[in-house]
Design a protein around this ligand. Sequence first.
Ligand code: ADP
Ligand code: MG
Length: 717
Amino acid sequence: MSARNSHLDYQSRLDQKLDILPGVGPRMVPKLKKLGLNSIEDALYHLPLRYEDRRQFKTINHLTDNQQEVFVGSVLASGETVTTRSRRRIYEVIVGDDTGKISLKWFRYRKPWLQKRYPVGQKAIFIGEVKRFSAIREIHHPDSELIDSDTDLQQLLQSDPLDYGRILPVYALTEGLSQKQARKIWYHLVHNFANLSQSFVPEPIRQKYHLKTISEALQQIHWPDEMVDLRDLEQGKDSARKSLVFDEFFFLELGLALKRAGVQLEVGIAFKFEHKFTIPLNKMLPFKLTEAQRRVLGEIKHDMMASQPMHRLLQGDVGSGKTLVALMAALIAIENRAQVAVVAPTEILAEQHYQTFSNWLNRLDLKAGLLQGSMPAAAKRNMLEQIAHGDIDLVVGTHAILQEGVEFHYLGLGIVDEQHRFGVRQRSLLKHKGVNPDILVMTATPIPRTLSMTLYGDLSVSVIDQLPPGRKPVVTQLFRSSQRHQAYQTIQRELEEGRQVYVVYPLVEESEKSDLQAATSAAESLANEIFPGSRVGLLHGQMKTVEKDAVMNSFRQGETQLLVSTTVIEVGVDVPNATVMMIEHADRFGLSQLHQLRGRVGRGADKSYCLLIPSEHYSEDAARRLQVMVKTNDGFRIAEADLEIRGPGDFIGTRQAGLADFRVASLLKDMRLLETARQEAFDFVEKTQRLSTEEAEPVKQELIRRWGGRLELAAIG
Ligand code: ADP
Ligand code: MG
């Protein structure tokens, strides 16, 4: 059998349904399905939640509080009592050994059954979580196994490996699946099937990091041998888990490395510098580029000059000046007679970008166009024609740009303003609007390093880590709903100074109507009662695009002083004269949303304020988010905190990214291992000429199996 066939053979056995296991009948199958387990392989990766140490029975004086413990004792007293405080009936059994006593309690019970089971003098093995409420420790609703007083305990420990004498796994359960059943199922599973899981991380790499094979690792993690360090195991620091995590990371990074290598093989456009537009722009700008902007621009220029296509991520906090860098890059492409596409996540932001870009382009005698999904058909057709003819130098729009029917005369550069909303697929669609155009992805939400390594691992990264000079950090204050008048004082003062103010309401989908009502009536009361005589505007998601534009323009031009809005202004809006961002029901927003909103102010030279007003009652997580906001303005620290509070799955927003789903690995816990795996994967791809050597063949097959259709792995030899 060839290597490839045997590989598939193993795999098809791992893909078998679970009913081939002893103890798994037609009634058990749907229960396991509820746990997300359909195949043998799924179940092998259903790892224990924790472990119970049943290598020895403990003595009562050595029981540890808040742990599941197993010990032997004799009944000293047994009977029903009434609690002093709640006057509830309980059944209590006092158990002792040579070293001490412990109390067992039942709150729901059948008295005759307990009386019969636990007479004074009865000896038993007890299992349960030890709690300490007073001097004497307690276990509620323990499990037990009765034994004769002359039972040989050592012999018992050895006779029943599913229940005693070793470290036992504790699995996540579901209704109708008991821990005892689960142990039996997984015992057979692991002993009969773990050895089918082959290891494809190349041997030399495995040796270098002392990694186990997958099969060894799975056995060890489900049924640890006696020598294992239980603390390591519980904290996920054991070598078995590390080996599984490395395997996941290695194949993830391998895919990304190949993708990157593939891009480097493609022939893109080698732009030349004419300085025909970039120098004039520089002269027109009212400010100098920051150090960071210049460095990043240098990196982009270098990529654009090269004959391989650029695939670069431009990361920078809100207001760090990414748009300007993107404009410079756009001008370089246009100097080479190429077109530029700028893709934004929302129509409002597309409109905003259009204004910025067309403003500068017009002054250079160049032509920008706007393409929105909501445009009238005739205008759209006209725009499409101009794009196809090459009359438009730069087109801004939403994902409408990515649709079929949009054709460019010669697309040289695609700029994606991402805000987490696009993924690999969108980048690839944009790429196919031209012949390997350069791609620049901008993201305002700083992404912790581990996440950017997985989400954007195939891109080179540039970071603008500096704000333009003269920016003062936004002062962030948290007010209780009842202290709202204090927030109003700040607003009053700023309005009198001629500044502008945002008031934001959350929009929760289920109750869109009532939220809208809240925003509408707030706008009325702000205009009529609280700041009478001030000019108040209202912006919400259900308005037509023309209406939104009118409201935004009025605010931009300073006619509207106070803009009440649902979160449609979340991204990108740039009005330097606005100095106050007041956020109602601030507890309902996520951290990165709050940070984005706050980034709308503090854009000019004046001191700015972010006033957070949470609902009356809010969760602990919300409280943590609000505290983070008050404490720091640093986008990277906020992103890290966000990742910690929410976990990576949620952080990405939707799971659309798909890349960050791991069975074992955690992006929080396993950061170091990710970096190692990435390094090794990238080296391996280079060493094997993109997996084209014989040594790499099995690795390549496994990679294709795991990544499936998620990436175009054009580079695979
Ligand atoms: P981002 O896209 O990163 O959120 P923008 O490019 O929109 O940031 O820039 C925010 C504001 O800062 C804009 O008003 C822009 O004109 C201004 N700006 C950009 N670069 C500089 C700079 N080097 N010096 C001063 N102001 C700048
Ligand atoms: Mg911007």
